[in-house]
Design a protein around this ligand. Structure first.
Ligand SMILES: Cc1cc2nc3c(=O)[nH]c(=O)nc-3n(C[C@H](O)[C@H](O)[C@H](O)COP(=O)(O)OP(=O)(O)OC[C@H]3O[C@@H](n4cnc5c(N)ncnc54)[C@H](O)[C@@H]3O)c2cc1C
Length: 466
């Protein structure tokens, strides 16, 4: 059944974190009317499918949408994040996005939210419940909030064959087991695999009863270095400064990685193995110490198939003991989807403009959309980043991030937005330094001095990558 058309200024496809952050800023900065459609029954995107014990990796203080605080701004006093600012749970994030929709977007009278609906063709919104199709006439732009192509285990079947009778569950089912298992095999070593291992250890599972299939080792970031409070200034800005100084001083890319590790910026789970992957997983030192208790790490590549008593991997097979539960954590998370121009024809495609700056970038893009006239000028301010997979991709990400940052610093309109945006609050402590805080002043001087040589050195290092 086709219904009468809806007219709107913006059609936003997807009410995940990106769609929500974009619309929130567009509402603040314009008087536009917006239609948002999402296949889920409520906003929050993939957080609707997250495992029960999921938490943000980063402090809540600078996640979510710009106009509304997330989290209480307090530090955890117990657990593996103790001493650092709180991390929202999946349930908190869903409640938060729901409140943003119910208490801000809908009461504005300018947003129409169409849940359980998908955007098809150019452009119709199709109800997944009734099948009814409603054409949408878009006066300004279509915003593609689906570009990240997020993959989570609950909705991504494993890419390996599992024989009947093998106990293999997505990570979501781990918190639903009803009896002790003889052992656990965690497949995947991204952030989800790390979370699964930490959860098992927290439940008291003997680390020797965990086998961890780690196709590739990853570099991880120390969470103490991504705290937005003034009290973490020396950590956060110290790490940013040492990062740039490492780039400048590095003889080559391998040397750079070791320098980043020596500077406390990057960490690895096993100091004997050189990681090749960098997905931006964030751990506290206490979490890292826990993960190091697991000695049954299997480094034989990706799993190809699991049969009744063996796991077959790319480079060999291992025994699967009876009564073992296999926990699938192998979904890609944030895949390295190719970048496209943010503004192209009638479309806006929000992407990262800063390393791991998912919601920050979506909000900034909405602000640029609202305040800059010409699409060429908008694109010139917003070069998109391809999310990294390999450790060497980090160099390209930093290169684009820094160049974007330099362009924004020369744009007076953006400067004010950056200074006020809660999604940029990681960077705000620098503006609050008092002249008598000599240690902080000296660190900022070092940071500023390192920018220009680092921007010059990055392309040289990138050119050495095959
Ligand atoms: C365990 C975990 C922890 C994370 N922690 C952090 C963190 O601490 N900080 C951080 O910045 N990021 C974190 N991330 C990354 C996170 O993915 C992003 O922050 C963000 O949630 C991605 O949102 P999105 O809107 O791009 O994608 P999604 O959440 O996937 O939303 C896209 C939406 O589009 C909808 N959709 C798709 N196609 C259509 C269509 N045709 N019509 C209508 N709707 C459609 C989908 O239903 C979906 O709801 C984490 C990710 C995971 C898995």
């Amino acid at each position: 059944m086709t219904m009468s058309p809806i007219e709107t200024d913006y059609l936003v496809i997807g009410a995940g974190a990106i769609g929500m952050a974009f619309v929130d800023t567009l509402l603040t900065d314009t008087d536009a009317r917006i239609v948002m459609a999402d296949r889920h029954h409520r906003p929050g995107g993939h957080w609707n499918e997250a495992y029960p014990f999921v938490r943000l990796h980063q402090p809540a203080a600078y996640y979510g949408v710009n106009s509304r605080e997330l989290g209480q701004g307090t530090k955890d006093t117990v657990g593996l994040n103790a001493g650092m600012y709180g991390l929202s749970s999946g349930a908190e994030l869903l409640a938060y996005f729901d409140q943003v929709m119910q208490q801000r977007f809908l009461p504005s009278g300018r947003v129409r939210f169409m849940p359980m609906s998908q955007v098809v063709g150019a452009y119709e919104v199709e109800s997944l419940v009734t099948g009814a199709r409603q054409p949408v006439k878009v006066r300004k732009k279509v915003v593609d909030g689906t570009h990240s192509r997020m993959r989570v285990p609950a909705t991504t079947p494993p890419r390996y064959a599992v024989a009947p009778g093998v106990s293999c569950v997505p990570v979501n089912d781990l918190a639903r087991i009803a009896r002790p298992q003889a052992g656990y095999v965690v497949v995947g070593a991204g952030k989800t695999g790390m979370d699964a291992c930490l959860w098992l250890l927290e439940q008291g599972v003997d680390p020797d009863h965990i086998r961890w299939i780690m196709p590739r080792d990853s570099w991880v970031l120390d969470r103490a270095n991504v705290q937005s409070g003034d009290d973490f200034f020396m950590n956060t800005w110290g790490a940013m400064t040492r990062q740039l100084e490492s780039v400048v001083a590095a003889d080559d890319v391998q040397d750079l990685m070791l320098r980043l590790e020596a500077a406390g910026e990057w960490m690895r789970i096993d100091p004997r193995v050189m990681p090749t992957v960098y997905h931006g997983a964030i751990l506290s030192q206490a979490e890292l110490a826990q993960l190091r208790r697991i000695h049954g790490i299997v480094r034989l590549g990706h799993v190809k198939a699991i049969d009744a008593d063996q796991i077959h991997l790319e480079q060999g097979s291992i025994a699967l003991d009876p009564g073992t539960l296999v926990v699938d954590c192998s979904a890609a998370g944030i895949p390295s989807v190719e970048a496209v121009p943010v503004w192209s024809g009638d479309r806006i495609t929000p992407q990262w403009l800063r390393s791991f700056g998912t919601v920050f970038s979506a909000a900034l893009i909405a602000h640029v959309e609202a305040t800059v006239d010409d699409d060429a000028e908008k694109n010139a301010l917003c070069t998109p980043i391809v999310p990294p997979t390999l450790a060497t991709d980090w160099l390209r990400m930093l290169d684009v991030s820094m160049k974007n940052g330099q362009r924004w610093s020369r744009h007076p309109g953006l400067q004010q937005w950056l200074a006020e945006s809660r999604l940029n609050s990681l960077f705000h402590p620098a503006a609050r330094i008092r002249p008598d805080e000599t240690e902080k002043v000296a660190l900022m001087q070092r940071y500023r001095q390192a920018i220009k040589p680092a921007v010059a050195r990055l392309p040289e290092l990138i050119a050495t990558l095959a």
